[in-house]
Design a protein around this ligand. Structure first.
Ligand SMILES: [Zn+2]
Length: 354
């Protein structure tokens, strides 16, 4: 599916959100391939299809969506990619799957002739960091010129990769059965504080760490002048939130992250528009979309929390169907992130707190 991908670099679409069913299946397959360990040595190599039977997804297409201000959204390369352009160069949030790197680079170059200076990784998953090596190599760090001697020539030959510290740790020391990322894919500028700020392309850009949410290394990225937030996988539109317990995720952190997005965003008239939100997967959103999703996650968390308080086992919780009214919109009985797995992860996540 990846090999057959095509770029539609000239696609100009309105900012009206719309659903992309093809992306949904493709994205889930990619995450499935990673978590199931089906692609053990696949940093940079094509991944094996997941073991679970899945209808073949349509070819992934790369789309460029102008968002607002300096910001574009690239879809179809795995996780959504955010591209900021301006006089200083290009800043990207996430880099998609490794096999999509050439097409991502072509799309970025169609938006700006300036060098790629910064890559920010929202978290460690390969559908968000897979293109790091190839794309960073094609870029140039902002600290070129006279300071090259101080930081080493090699450091100036690639874009700076920023991420929360645990992203670097998990990429360089992966779980058993998975390959370590190549040196060139690793973050070169990490942070351990609650946030980090840079000024680039004439706007303030805030990295905001949300502890123990989708993983333990999640960053939201807020473009203050363009008024756009890239959320990584704390917020997705195509299913229940994925809680990666093995990599330090937790449902309470996901809710904290959704709360933070809603706090940062300011809607325009009638709760529409205003701050625009680029989710980790799925369509472009505004704050009303995030509020609906936030309420859904909180309601399901509260139901399962109550069941735990009553002493119900995981099997009893599943039998009580705490997600039933949301399943037509977000549920799945096939693929990697089934409703069953979501309920299990919420249950286990809440139990860990007791
Ligand atoms: Zn993810």
């Amino acid at each position: 599916m990846i090999e057959a991908a095509m770029i539609e670099s000239a696609v100009i679409q309105s900012a009206v959100p719309r659903k992309r069913p093809g992306l949904t299946i493709a994205a889930l397959c990619c995450v499935l391939a990673w978590i199931a360990g089906a692609a053990t040595a696949a940093w940079g190599a094509p991944r094996k299809a997941p073991a679970a039977a899945h209808p073949a997804p349509p070819p992934a297409e790369l789309h460029i969506l102008p968002v607002q201000g300096n910001i574009y959204m690239l879809t179809g390369a795995g996780g959504n990619i955010t591209v900021q352009t301006g006089d200083d160069g290009v800043l990207m949030v996430d880099t998609g799957l490794a096999p999509m790197s050439d097409k991502v680079l072509a799309a970025v170059h169609s938006l700006s002739g300036k060098p790629i200076r910064y890559i920010i990784n929202t978290h460690v998953h390969p559908d968000h960091v897979g293109g790091n090596e190839a794309i960073a190599k094609a870029g140039v760090t902002i600290a070129g010129g006279n300071v090259v001697g101080d930081i080493g020539a090699s450091a100036s030959n690639q874009a700076t990769i920023m991420a929360f510290q645990s992203v670097l740790e998990r990429m360089s020391t992966p779980a058993s059965g998975t390959a370590a990322a190549p040196e060139g894919a690793l973050p070169t500028d990490t942070y351990t504080t609650p946030g980090r700020k840079i000024f680039f392309d004439n706007e303030g850009v805030e990295l905001i760490h949300i502890p123990n949410a989708h993983t333990d290394g999640d960053s939201l990225v807020f473009f203050r002048r363009s008024d756009v937030i890239s959320t990584g996988d704390i917020f997705v539109t195509d299913g229940y939130p994925i809680v990666d317990l093995d990599r330090g995720g937790g449902i309470q952190g996901v809710i904290a992250g959704l709360n933070r997005i809603v706090e940062l965003a300011i809607p325009a008239d009638l709760q529409e528009g205003g701050t625009l939100i680029i989710p980790g997967h799925g369509r472009l959103c505004d704050v009303a979309d995030v509020v609906f999703y936030q309420e859904m996650v909180i309601i399901i968390r509260d139901r399962i929390q109550d069941m735990i308080k009553k002493g119900m086992t995981l099997e009893q919780v599943k039998a009580a169907k705490p997600t039933q009214d949301y399943d037509p919109r977000y549920g799945s009985s096939t693929g990697f992130w089934t409703t069953d797995k979501f309920v299990t992860a919420v249950y286990q996540s809440l139990r860990q707190q007791h």
